[in-house]
Design a protein around this ligand. Structure first.
Ligand SMILES: O=C(O)CCC(=O)C(=O)O
Ligand SMILES: [Fe+2]
Length: 305
């Protein structure tokens, strides 16, 4: 083995150790600041005694990197939210895909605040064992198309391991609507262990300078899918249910989504949240609201209100 290969192997090993500890595929120097900040948040939160409203969801998230829940409250609030959005749309207002919850928008959808103050907030705090802040929140709709173009290939978002992706279903989460499909953390990590060699070989074969990011994205999907089918088919999970289901996952686990069937639509309130060392800032959200997409270069937890 040449010197370059040894250096590459060491870099890979260090990265894999960092991924295993931080549950994030970010480079080590970015992954650990989030991880340390998270530890600070959990110790601060648990110093007031255990406050885990949903222990089963906490345990499932710790083991698998995802969990889902539906309660009478989530069903009632998300049904009411779905009705409200439908009435606004009937008047010609665009809600899906817009920053509907920005600034005064936050107060236009009272169910959102009730969700964060109630079942959704309790679920997030249970999972993280920490207070939290909202980074991204808004409404997203996937409409069925005959080409199946709105399927999502297998991927990992590879963001901070402390960021939760949350799908609060306004529609059903069913085979027709195409909910998110998830692979548990341990299986995802096993696949990441094999990925460097695969990517290296792929780049060598197809030309490092000529391969486009789209080609690499598709190649990665094929690689993930092949291993998942061979070794982890029985571990793949697609949280499903009717309006009111809340599915939540670490953005680093492998995930994908089947297309929405023609004639059907998948409607969700989509959120990304981070741990916080301060209690939920309700007044701040009432004043400023939240954006559906906000992607600063370094979304360090401390930069977000
Ligand atoms: O649309 C989906 O179900 C997948 C979304 C996704 O990849 C994500 O939220 O990171
Ligand atoms: Fe994703």
């Amino acid at each position: 083995m040449g010197v370059l290969s040894v250096v590459r192997k060491i870099r890979e090993l260090v990265w894999l150790i960092s991924v295993a500890i931080t549950r994030s595929r970010l480079p080590i120097l970015k992954a650990f600041p989030y991880y340390f900040f998270y530890n600070k948040c959990t110790s601060r939160y648990s110093s007031n005694g255990p406050q885990i409203a949903f222990p089963e969801n906490h345990n499932e998230y710790m083991e698998k990197g995802f969990t889902a829940l539906k309660t009478a409250e989530s069903q009632r609030l998300l049904t009411s939210l779905d009705d409200r959005i439908r009435s606004l749309e009937a008047t010609g207002e665009m809600v899906y895909g817009t920053n509907a919850l920005f600034e005064e928008g936050w107060n236009k959808f009272p169910e959102v605040e009730l969700l964060f103050q109630g079942v959704l907030g309790d679920l997030i705090r249970s999972v993280l064992n920490s207070d939290f802040k909202i980074y991204i929140c808004g409404f997203h709709q996937k409409i069925g198309d005959p080409e199946g173009a709105n399927r999502k290939l297998w991927h990992s978002d590879s963001g901070p391991g402390t960021c939760l992706n949350i799908f609060c279903y306004l529609s059903d989460a069913s085979a027709e609507t195409g909910p998110t499909t998830l692979l548990p953390w341990k299986a995802s990590l096993d696949i990441f262990r094999a990925e460097w060699d695969f990517v290296d070989q792929f780049l060598n074969e197809h030309g490092r300078k000529t391969v486009t990011s789209e080609e690499l994205r598709v190649a990665r999907h094929n690689f993930y899918e092949c291993l998942i089918r061979e070794r982890y088919a029985d571990q793949v999970a697609t949280p499903s249910g009717t309006t009111g289901l809340i599915a939540l996952f670490n953005n680093n686990i492998l995930h994908s989504a089947k297309p929405t069937a023609p004639g059907s639509s998948r409607r969700v309130m989509l959120c990304r949240v981070y741990p916080s060392d301060k209690p939920f800032d309700l007044d701040g959200y009432k004043d400023r609201g939240v954006l559906l997409k906000r992607l600063p270069k370094y979304p360090r937890a401390s930069d977000i209100f």
